[in-house]
Design a protein around this ligand. Sequence first.
Ligand code: PCA
Length: 215
Amino acid sequence: MKKKVLITGFDPFGNEHLNPSLEVVKRLDGKVIEDVVIVAQEVPTVFHKSIQVVIEAIKKEQPDVVICIGQAGGRAQITPERIAINVDDARIPDNETNQPIDEPIDPNGPAAYFSTLPIKRIVKEMRKAGIPSSVSNSAGTFVCNHLFYGVMNYLEKQAPSIRGGFIHIPYIPEQTIEKNAPSLSLDLIVKGIEIASITSAKEQEDICESGGAIH
Ligand code: PCA
């Protein structure tokens, strides 16, 4: 039985002319790998609108798994996120000049949702393939955490059989030519997201292996 994975990537934001998450999902759109069909959706880096766009894509595609992807400039590894928290606290405006500060995403929602992806298995599989990866325990408080929370809130309430989560990725080299920041090649990140998609589609259960952080 074929499985379907919906992957999403954001428009460029801040001072960047590209967003590696969008470049990655565009490369994987329509690919079929080991009986897993990957479909991609572009998402605006805008509070609330981003959630609506992904909910519409979920309704249309009816995937087995949703993986939202975003840029985390400054990180050196591909980082599956463990948890989404119910707060917006934007250090910079989004792409439509919204800048919420200390606002709940859903005033009636729980404080947080855990990813329902097998995050440690994903990290293990990426590492086996030679791709730098670790679990992250914070997706921040900007649009990425916002979308992650909104998607998990929707899945929990409206589509509990669909599993979902978020993965942050580093810059790609062309973004760091003039800044002192780590990057991974687009090819390596595409390979990592391919592995994450296949692993998530095929494996519901996570493994119990140390992957925590002291701070
Ligand atoms: N990264 C931002 C929002 C869009 C993106 O790719 C974030 O980490 O919140």
